[in-house]
Design a protein around this ligand. Sequence first.
Ligand SMILES: NC(=O)C1=CN([C@@H]2O[C@H](COP(=O)(O)OP(=O)(O)OC[C@H]3O[C@@H](n4cnc5c(N)ncnc54)[C@H](OP(=O)(O)O)[C@@H]3O)[C@@H](O)[C@H]2O)C=CC1
Ligand SMILES: O=C(O)CCC(=O)C(=O)O
Ligand SMILES: [Mg+2]
Length: 420
Amino acid sequence: MAEKIKLENGKVVTPNEPIIPFIIGDGIGPDIWQAASFVFDKAVEKCYGGKKKIAWREVYAGEKAFDLTGDWLPEETLEVIREHLIAIKGPLTTPIGEGFRSLNVALRQELDLYTCLRPVRYFNGVPSPVKRPEDVDITIFRENTEDIYAGIEYAQGTEEVEKLIEFLQNEMGVSKIRFPETSAIGIKPVSKEGTERLVRAAIEYAKEKKLPSVTFVHKGNIMKFTEGAFKKWGYNLAEKEFAEDVFTWQQYDEIKAREGEEVAEKKQAEALASGKILVKDVIADIFLQQILTRPKSFDVVATLNLNGDYASDALAAQVGGIGIAPGANINYETGHAIFEATHGTAPKYAGLNKVNPSSVILSGVMMFEHLGWQEVADCIITALEKTINEKTVTYDFARLMSGATEVKTSEFAELVVGNM
Ligand SMILES: NC(=O)C1=CN([C@@H]2O[C@H](COP(=O)(O)OP(=O)(O)OC[C@H]3O[C@@H](n4cnc5c(N)ncnc54)[C@H](OP(=O)(O)O)[C@@H]3O)[C@@H](O)[C@H]2O)C=CC1
Ligand SMILES: O=C(O)CCC(=O)C(=O)O
Ligand SMILES: [Mg+2]
């Protein structure tokens, strides 16, 4: 019997026939969803021989929702996901000139899915532009509800922006708006609560997976009270809530100021030798260089919304591109999660049965792990790797590989299933 997934004592409880809402998505969405869901169903069948299966329930968002209901993001869709906890989606186009800045962002905000979790690792055989792609094994915890990404913006020439600029100049003494007559204004909210819950989730993850470091990526040297505070609140939270588990660069600096560099070095070395997680930070621009020059320095990354967006596409490129970049949007307290690829709707490929479905397939792998169906996740990974190693791949990999056979999205899915 089809049943809802539940959260009991903070743990996901998955029935044998869980109802999982899905959004097909716009652009390449239908092509990749068809391929990915075929892989999911076959893997579940292979692992459980009919004893377990997914009861898929389609919900609408984006162009399909608009065509059917006149609404880009119907309330019913949000209600169904709220009720069923877990969902998976294809990419959604942002309707230009409509009320939503981005439907994807709106879904994250409405359900308060504060962590955008994007693990980036190399799969054997995938073509990459770097020499040692296997050195990349970095999990991004991107804050998903705040920052300049929250969409609080006022267009140039509007009454609102005039009011805001006048307030900033006259009430707040701001004199740095270079061209006040022709400026638009964006607002960047970054809170202590928002930072703390994200950083807590990132450290919990590092603890659970026994990873040696968590790095805060920020631009706090310039944006001191938002990105700088993210770093400060992050360090304080780590030291307060994870005193037994971490050693931080903030502690290092304090010991160094008090007792000298040698002592600080010694204490850090002792802490790390005893298995503590090193909590450190890096400024966002140099981070983009260091992920190329020494990616092994990073394990878990906790960062703000916009930094996380840029970093996830940049890191994806290092391990083969956005065609193989999965993700999840999660609220660890309520248990709500929406799994989705890192990429968008790639409109020029819509309906061509051409693009790589691996990002959605791997987002499904993350979903199966989250549900506790590890054997299904393992079965898909093994078959996917085998298919890539056989060099039967979609256009994005084929153009970078020698001796590859280019296959269509649906053919790739069939080959993956054949390799299970
Ligand atoms: N979560 C979401 O739903 C997201 C939605 N979007 C939305 O998507 C739309 C298009 O955004 P855009 O900036 O073009 O970014 P996209 O990620 O949609 O596409 C950019 C490029 O990435 C490559 N690509 C994307 N997906 C795949 C895939 N599955 N397999 C192989 N290659 C792939 C293609 O590269 P190439 O040209 O080299 O072949 C494509 O042209 C916008 O409306 C944007 O707002 C964007 C990001 C996330
Ligand atoms: O919502 C969008 O249109 C873009 C979102 C995005 O790029 C992302 O979350 O990585
Ligand atoms: Mg993005």
